[in-house]
Design a protein around this ligand. Structure first.
Ligand code: HEC
Ligand code: HEC
Length: 170
């Protein structure tokens, strides 16, 4: 009798521990998700035709997930002076694109600009610098700009930055 109670309370304990671990790991995954898709990490599939056309004209349409909403707001308010070029859009087009960027934006905390860097560049966020710390200086020199994601991420055009599709140019 005593033995049976002991066994069942042990089993309850195991169950409790397992479900706690499960809950905790679920939470960690959800916290790191930041609008990334399903199980597939670093695939950003949210899209909007007008955004893809207008913001994918001169460079790939950068995933909205990789900058906080405040950065997108600032950028959409200064398109006439966009990184040394004029990327102006009509107000009604901006009114379509900005809510899409805001809705899918990354967190202020994770995608904050590195100290003294631009808050409108994905490539100058602390996240980007850390994520790319294994890329050597000589590799960076070989490509025209770190903002040229597709130089290494062969499927950047489709929003897929999974490490399986990275090919460092030599
Ligand atoms: C007329 C061409 C042009 C258009 C249109 C354009 N951009 Fe750009 N964009 C640039 C140039 C040039 C740069 C600087 C690229 C570099 O540093 O290599 C840039 C850089 C950026 C960067 C920073 C990249 C980095 O360093 O992390 C973001 C983000 C960006 N653009 C978003 C947008 C969005 C959003 C739109 C649509 C509203 C847009 N761009 C439309 C030319 C354009
Ligand atoms: C010089 C080549 C190169 C360029 C250019 C580059 N990346 Fe990367 N990227 C890498 C490498 C290498 C990693 C590290 C992969 C790993 O963790 O094994 C990486 C990792 C990533 C990851 C995480 C992928 C994963 O599965 O862990 C994302 C997201 C990403 N880059 C986005 C970008 C974006 C957006 C741009 C352009 C603004 C960009 N990268 C430009 C080489 C590059």
């Amino acid at each position: 009798m005593l033995k049976k109670t002991l066994v069942s309370s042990l089993m309850m304990g195991v169950l409790l521990v397992t479900s706690t671990v499960f809950l905790v790991s679920k939470q960690v995954v959800a916290d790191d998700d930041d609008g990334e898709n399903h199980g597939s990490k670093h695939v950003y599939s949210a899209t909007l035709p007008v955004w893809k056309t207008e913001c994918g004209e001169c460079h790939i349409a950068y995933p909205p997930q990789l900058l906080p909403a405040a950065s997108w707001q600032k950028m959409m308010g200064s398109l006439d002076e966009h990184f040394g070029t004029d990327a102006s859009l009509d107000a009604d087009v901006i009114a379509e694109i900005l809510p899409f960027l805001e809705k899918n934006a990354g967190s202020e905390r994770k995608y904050a600009a590195a100290t003294g860097k631009s808050d409108m560049r994905i490539t100058e966020t602390r996240w980007f610098i850390k994520e790319h710390d294994e890329v050597s200086a000589s590799t960076w020199k070989r490509i025209d700009s770190p903002a040229n994601c597709a130089a290494c991420h062969t499927t950047a055009e489709q929003g897929n930055y999974d490490e399986d599709f990275i090919k460092i140019p030599r």
